[in-house]
Design a protein. Structure first.
Length: 340
């Protein structure tokens, strides 16, 4: 029964997205039309909630959908009835992302396995500007990286006083600037950046908040090439903020080093307890099992090393994901700076 529900949910999510595209309607507009919250629409699109009977009837009433087909098969855009015509991603939608953002990220110049534990050595800063291109009148991106946090913050404040055309001219006066494009869908923002001088490219992916309000930043990932003696593919977390974050280097360092939550170490703990019992309880009562102290230490070291490798392999070195709750935490953190 559970499996059937999951399949239905996936079909519904797919078909709901196609309905929005076909009718050129935004999530917010659909939510208002169906008299439900924008958050609810977002959850339906992400496949987090199953549709209610009242929602299905409302979609049938407003968009003449076939409920059975909407739940049991993928319906392509050409098959969805068009009954309304508000604009989804119109020419002004990218206005939501226009602005100058500070970038906080880790220094990838260290050799693999030799990362510095000091925050001021590890953190790097930059400014990403999203503005309307003077010739094509569409949102584009430009980015500059800085050696110090103060330089990045001052440059960001300088750009805030300029218009789009002025920003474009200002950034291009720097030899090491990156240019890029911005694309978006219902749930994500994709910013592709490149630097011809260094033959360097990167892709920043962020969550697209289900709101029409101006984008103020969030937590994302960047896929790039490490800046070091040996160039290597690199993925890391990155913070974008429209406001200067009043946080110390240590706090920013911790914010970027997202850890895996809810790691269960019960099994590993039991193994260690049993090992200590065998080494320091049973062996003392059994002369045939006598071990020198250095031998016991070596056995414990080997056990800990193996357990750590298993934990790391199981929880860290597979993929890194940004949950909605983590992104919401960063949104609130950035919003607090706006209020100050």
């Amino acid at each position: 029964m559970l499996q059937k529900g999951c399949v239905m949910e996936n079909y519904f999510s797919y078909n709901l997205q196609n309905l929005l595209k076909k009718n050129n309607i935004s999530q917010r507009a659909l939510a208002e039309e169906l008299r439900i919250s924008n958050t609810a629409i977002s959850r339906y699109i992400k496949g987090e909630n199953e549709p209610s009977v009242s929602l299905l009837l409302a979609l049938k009433e407003n968009y003449n959908i076939n409920i059975d087909e909407f739940l049991t098969k993928k319906i392509e855009i050409s098959d969805v009835q068009n009954k309304s015509a508000t604009i989804l991603f119109n020419d002004n939608y990218d206005q939501k992302f226009i602005g100058n953002f500070l970038i906080y990220y880790y220094n990838t110049g260290f050799y693999k396995g030799k990362v510095d534990s000091l925050a001021y050595n590890t953190l790097k800063y930059g400014v990403l500007s999203i503005y309307k291109n003077s010739s094509k009148n569409k949102a584009v991106a430009a980015m500059l990286l800085f050696k110090s946090r103060t330089d990045a913050e001052n440059y960001k404040l300088k750009l805030d006083k300029m218009s789009g055309c002025e920003i474009e001219e200002e950034i291009k006066q720097n030899e090491d600037y990156y240019t890029g494009t911005i694309e978006f869908n219902f749930t994500q923002i994709f910013i592709s950046i490149s630097n011809e001088k260094h033959n360097d490219k990167g892709l920043i992916i962020l969550n697209n908040p289900p709101t029409d309000k101006k984008y103020i930043g969030g937590l994302g990932t960047i896929n790039s090439v490490s800046r070091a003696r040996e160039l290597m593919p690199c993925v890391q977390f990155v913070i974008l903020s429209k406001y200067i974050l009043n946080k110390s280097e240590g706090e920013l360092y911790s914010l970027l080093s997202l850890s895996v939550s809810d790691i269960n170490v019960k099994s590993e703990t039991e193994k260690l307890i049993n090992l200590f019992k065998n080494l320091y309880v049973y062996t003392e009562n059994n002369e045939d099992m006598f071990l020198e102290e250095y031998q016991k230490v070596k056995i414990v070291e080997n056990c800990l090393e193996n357990l750590m490798k298993e934990l790391i392999d199981a929880n860290v070195f597979r993929y890194a994901k940004i949950s909605n709750s983590e992104d919401d935490d960063f949104y609130r953190l950035i919003k607090e700076e706006k209020i100050k």
